[in-house]
Ligand binder design. Structure first.
Ligand SMILES: Cc1ncc(COP(=O)(O)O)c(C=O)c1O
Length: 407
């Protein structure tokens, strides 16, 4: 067995991306026991930090151990009782994932869809809420599969009007696009670290409104072996998953510190460091940086004589989809980028498979040098494959974006 020595890749796909160096350092910090007062202090700090990242006053702001879909699953399985109606507007792969997870939790799922590359108007959502009368509206904010960013700001008021729990998966968008939990009246939000927050995958920060917590608390069933006479079962049905049982996880994150799983300490260190990184930079500054480098990449790919996918006015700042030109082997280009230049760009899923590449500029990699290196390498690779372009245009177009600001 050889030493662990992965090649020094520049990850310019839709995520995961290279970690901030300080996050890598945090990950290699020595472990402590899960009830060590220093550890519980770190857990409390994580709650405080992520309230600021999510822009919320929600007390219930914590980490679910697992990748982003662990956060999605915890939120949905804890609030959905079999037979509950859940409305899922789908505009890409991850909307399908929310629908699938809700269905597995026993929900009657009502899907509405727009073609990939578009987003929903609030009227379409209101119409569906009026006809379905769901318990939960579950919706992705930024769907990396299509690069689209669904505007959410008007949906909270609609959910309030029709007494619907409002949940969003902001895994791919938070930190690089505006997200305002309280102002937009969200009841539950889940994210991951591996996109604009610049960490590894493996921890899913979530935040839950008091209303959401009150609903799931009715399903509170403490497991045998740790249950005491003080613990009474809630009136609601027991949550189907033990691992993702939010009332029990909340007990663990509360002063009671009632044992549930063993907290993934190294991932908590990472999540803590990611939050400190973005808060030190400033949330507005981070969004602005993602917008700037995303715009430079967008201008650059147009300079490569490539056509951009989807409705650009609703594009996420941090990823762009580009059509693979006719006659060009998309996988061969990705192969050359990876093996000759050590740069990874993304393929795509479902109806877009084989049609577009997805190129990200996020977290640590939302940087001028990363954008310029990627464009330069892509230009060379495309030109050598016979794609017609004007050498130099791509980086010149990116430089023009940067010229508007001194970077
Ligand atoms: C919007 C969105 N939700 C969920 C996920 C799933 O994340 P994970 O692979 O960390 O479980 C992703 C990953 O790309 C995503 O972009």
């Amino acid at each position: 067995m050889t030493l662990l020595a992965p090649p020094p890749r520049l990850l310019m796909g839709p995520g995961p991306i290279n970690c901030y160096p300080r996050v890598l350092n945090a990950m290699s910090t020595q472990l402590i026991g899960q009830y060590d007062p220093v550890m519980t202090q770190y857990m409390n700090e994580v709650m405080t930090l992520y309230r600021q990242v999510f822009l919320t006053q929600n007390h219930a702001t914590l980490l679910i151990d697992g990748t982003s879909r662990a956060g999605i699953e915890a939120v949905l399985v804890s609030c959905i009782e079999p037979g509950d109606k859940v409305l899922v507007p789908i505009f890409g792969r991850f909307g399908h994932l929310l629908a699938e997870i809700a269905e597995r939790a026993g929900a009657k799922v009502h899907r509405i869809e727009v073609p990939w590359g578009q987003v929903f108007e609030p009227e379409q959502i209101e119409q569906a809420i009026k006809s379905v009368r769901p318990k939960v509206l579950a919706m992705v904010q930024g769907d990396t599969s299509t690069t689209m960013l669904q505007p959410l700001e008007h949906l909270g008021a609609l959910c309030e009007k029709y007494n619907v729990l409002f949940y969003s998966d902001a895994t791919a968008s938070i930190g690089g696009n505006p997200f305002k939990t309280d102002e937009w009246k969200l009841d539950a939000v889940s994210v991951g670290l591996q996109k604009c927050l610049g960490g590894p995958s493996g921890s899913a920060p979530i935040t839950l409104s008091d209303k959401y917590v009150e609903i799931v608390r009715k399903r509170h069933h403490v497991e045998a072996g740790i249950r005491t006479t003080e613990h009474e079962h809630g009136m609601g049905s027991r949550i189907q998953s033990n691992y993702f049982d939010i009332p029990m996880i909340l007990d663990y994150w509360s002063e009671e510190r009632l044992n549930h799983h063993t907290e993934a300490t190294s991932m908590l260190y990472c999540a803590r460091e990611c939050a400190i990184q973005i808060l030190e930079e400033g949330i507005e500054a981070s969004i602005h940086r993602h917008q700037l480098h995303g715009n430079a990449m967008l201008a650059g790919v147009e300079g490569l004589n490539l056509k951009v996918f989807g409705d650009v006015k609703n594009k996420m700042t941090n990823v762009v989809g580009v059509y693979i030109p006719e006659g060009i082997d998309g996988e061969q280009i990705r192969h050359t980028m990876l093996h000759d230049f050590n740069i990874e760009i993304g393929t795509s899923f479902g109806p877009l498979h084989g049609k577009i590449w997805r190129i990200g500029t996020m977290g640590y990699n939302a940087r001028k040098d990363a954008v310029l290196h990627t464009l330069q390498a892509l230009e060379n690779t495309l030109r050598r494959s016979g794609h017609v372009l004007n050498p130099g245009d791509a980086t010149d177009c990116a430089y023009q974006v940067y010229a508007k600001e001194e970077v």
